[in-house]
Write a protein of this length. Sequence first.
Length: 656
Amino acid sequence: MKTFYKSQAWPAQRWRWIIPILLVLLFLATLIWLPWQAQRMEANERQEQLIADTLWVEQAIQFQLNRNEEMLRQVGAEIMTSRLPANAVLERFRTILKNNHEIQRIVWFDNRDTAIASTADSAAPARETPPPQAVSGGMDGKLRCLTPTPETNTKNSYLLSCQIPLLQENRHFGRILISYRLSGILEELVPWWFAQDNQISLVDVDDKVVASRAAGGPGKNVYTHNRALDLPGVALTLRTNSNKSEPRLLSNLLVLAIILLSLGLLWSLAALWRDINRRLAAEGALRQQMAFRTAMENSLITGLRARDMEGRLTYVNPAFCRMVGYPAAQLVGRLPPMPYWAPEALEEYQQRFTQILAGTVPAEGFETIYQHANGERIPVLIYESPLVNERGQQTGWMSSILDVSELKRAQELSRQQEEKLHASARLATMGEIASMLAHELNQPLAAISSYTTGAINLLQAGQVEPAMLQSALEKANAQAQRAGQIIRSVHEFVKKREPTREAVSIADLIQSAMPLIELQAQGAHVSLQWQLEPDLPPVLADRVLLEQVLLNLTRNAIEAMQKIAPAQRVLRILASFDAAGDRIAVEVIDRGHGIPANVAGLLFSPFFSTKASGMGMGLNICRTALEFHGGSLSHRDNPGGGTIFRFALPALHATT
Ligand code: ADP
């Protein structure tokens, strides 16, 4: 069963899970991709910014160098046109030098390469010599720069010298040599905010660093950019190296948050998974339980019915439907009167229904009849109980209904059999007393015979004395009556009949059984005593059954006294109210051999007898008959020897 559910549910369950799992994976991938992408973008942005800034710095340097060149060209022009004296030139040079700290010196060589004016050695400019690589002539008139050379006496400092040829109408007036301190260029021409964030260097064609500035610390080699300076004659590159490191992927807090979020997500997914599995398992178990319950309900032979607080049918099981012959759909939801109520018992149902609503239904169940859809009457036994929900509140009533038709039939059969048994037992008793009966009838018949013979003799003798004749006939009549009574009681006792209940007076009962009891007693030489409490009310019973009980008890008593001295053989019958006052008790007291303890327990068992010819059914039948009348049978030892058998029956009009 379990595997059945699993195999059915698994593929659907797997597909159901695929989409959330994919979504979660997508979410996690996005979560990881987003910061990575952000980092990439930031890095690009920084790189672009660096390029732009480098360009700007290069432009600034270039601009300043051009400006210097411009100014020197102006001085050169004046030298050539107005033959400016050397000291005036020097003065102009000094002004330029003062305003531009990146310039180390400015020297004017004439066309014979003799230094005329020099800012470095103003007193004896002639000591200045043009640098070895200086191109003499410079006939194109264009600026030309020389390979940077280390500055004398200063470590790690390079000088960049550029010469401006002084040329007018193909006349050569010499040249102006301007030397820049490369470190000075970086110090003076690169703005501080840029230098703060970047290491800026100038490198020559051999990749040798000829000047460097790192105000904010060395560069991290993450964002770098090279930009060639546009200087004729020399290849110098401006290299910027940002001191910023690569952007951090994410801040620690964010990373932690993402990790926690992902873990939380995975955990909740797992929890959801577990929960759903648990639910599926519970659902499976529930379904199994339901299937089991339905199977149980369907195979139940007891009818089940649930009603709400107003008495509306809320549930009926198949057995109930079979019992009354209506489908559940026609019953559920209905309020009384119900279709299965038999018209003749409507009042009883209505009364019972009121009792149910009032909650005063007997717990031991009650019997009633239902009417099947085909009109047949079904005897049923119903047990009602309150229907209580899981919160302990009553929501209606639950009834279990048993079809007792079979039981009734069986009871009837058993009653009939018992009846037959009683009749046989009576016959057996009669068999025993038949001989005594014959003997006993002999007496009245003989008496009748002699009385009638006497009467005939009187008539034949002609001495008819009415008084004598009447006396003889009355005696004969009395004897005939007695014989008739004996025969009647025997007939009554033996005839097979249906048990009937009527008000029976105990005095009458004893009276009518007395001839038979006497018959037994006389045969056994037992003297009989009886004592009845006056004004005993009647009991509701079957007279013949009670007679049978009385006869059985007296017969047993008489038989128990067979072996004792005849003088002690006394049988007493007492009838009185019992101690509680609501029953009438009859005691049959003998002085016989009594009942030993080992026999006492078996007395009422069928076919138990200590007598050679005993049937062993007497006491058993007596007790069954008495219980059938709501009475009881018990025995106890007679203190004077012998046994007392006592039966008690409910009085019809009990007086206390
Ligand atoms: P049965 O008389 O055929 O034996 P009973 O059922 O009437 O069957 O009695 C069962 C047994 O109970 C008797 O065999 C006898 O031993 C015992 N018994 C019944 N009544 C008396 C009594 N009054 N005194 C002593 N024993 C008794």
